[in-house]
Write a protein that binds this ligand. Structure first.
Ligand SMILES: CC(C)(COP(=O)(O)OP(=O)(O)OC[C@H]1O[C@@H](n2cnc3c(N)ncnc32)[C@H](O)[C@@H]1OP(=O)(O)O)[C@@H](O)C(=O)NCCC(=O)NCCS
Length: 217
């Protein structure tokens, strides 16, 4: 005979599920993953980041929107954030993309994000970077610092050979950031991505492992 699902039984089952999730090797690996310097820490987003993420993105909306895909109506909901984390975790486990939140240390606070996306293996061994910074933290050297950690990780740990990034030609901040980090302008991509509601041309930048001045490769 089927046992009645009383509230205590359901709660016990829920606790068991959470414990199973936290103790799975994959969950532990995700939780441990971090890129760190004395001043910054980059890690995967967690459900507990929702409040800080919501505040930072909402306050920075006018600053970010011209350079990003249109935010959907559900973009900022907790449910959408939960689904985003599920997707981030799946992609991390599959090795196809690593979406990181950027934290400033002392005091620890969320300031932006950077994604090592479209990781291609085989004959390509490359990835595509995407990034954003909260408006109040922009222009203070934080993304440059985060890029140093990410570039080192991509070449030394992921052992990729090429890092690409693309930006709209009028995005001087992004273009200057990439050039300062050693990226070379490689080409022009017509109507490459749908940004802020329109298919927009982009400039393609790339950094090749053997040309990286940080070396150690
Ligand atoms: C582009 C962006 C991620 C740069 O991050 P950031 O933390 O502001 O960049 P940093 O402070 O680390 O600056 C690094 C370099 O970027 C360039 N830069 C930063 N702010 C700039 C500005 N207002 N004008 C021109 N260049 C600028 C400079 O080369 C700078 O180096 P410098 O300070 O030695 O001159 C951030 O400004 C942002 O999120 N912008 C809006 C969204 C966006 O453009 N996303 C990228 C889409 S491709």
């Amino acid at each position: 005979m089927a046992r009645k699902l009383t509230r205590p039984r359901l709660e016990a089952a829920g606790v068991a599920c959470v414990l199973a999730l936290l103790t799975s090797p994959r969950a532990r690996r995700r939780h441990r993953f971090a890129l760190q310097s004395a001043s910054h820490m980059l890690r995967l987003p967690r459900a507990s980041d929702y409040g800080a993420w919501h505040k930072l993105r909402t306050e920075s909306r006018d600053f970010l929107q011209p350079w990003e895909p249109v935010w959907s109506a559900e973009e900022m909901t907790r449910n959408s954030f939960r689904k985003r984390i599920e997707r981030v975790n799946l992609e991390f486990d599959a090795g196809s993309s690593i979406q990181l939140f950027i934290f400033q240390k002392d005091p620890e606070r969320l300031i932006g994000g950077i994604t090592i996306g479209l990781i291609r293996r085989g004959v390509a061994q490359m990835c595509m970077l995407g990034y954003w910074m909260g408006e109040q933290y922009a222009g203070k050297g934080h993304m440059f610092a985060a890029l140093q950690l990410v570039i080192r990780y991509i070449f030394d740990e992921l052992r990729l050979h090429r890092i690409e990034a693309a930006c709209i030609p009028t995005n001087m901040r992004s273009a200057s950031l990439l050039q300062k980090a050693g990226f070379r302008k490689e080409g022009y991509l017509h109507k490459y991505l749908r940004i802020n509601g329109q298919w927009q041309d982009h400039q393609l930048f790339a950094l090749i492992k053997e040309e990286d001045v940080r070396k150690g490769n």
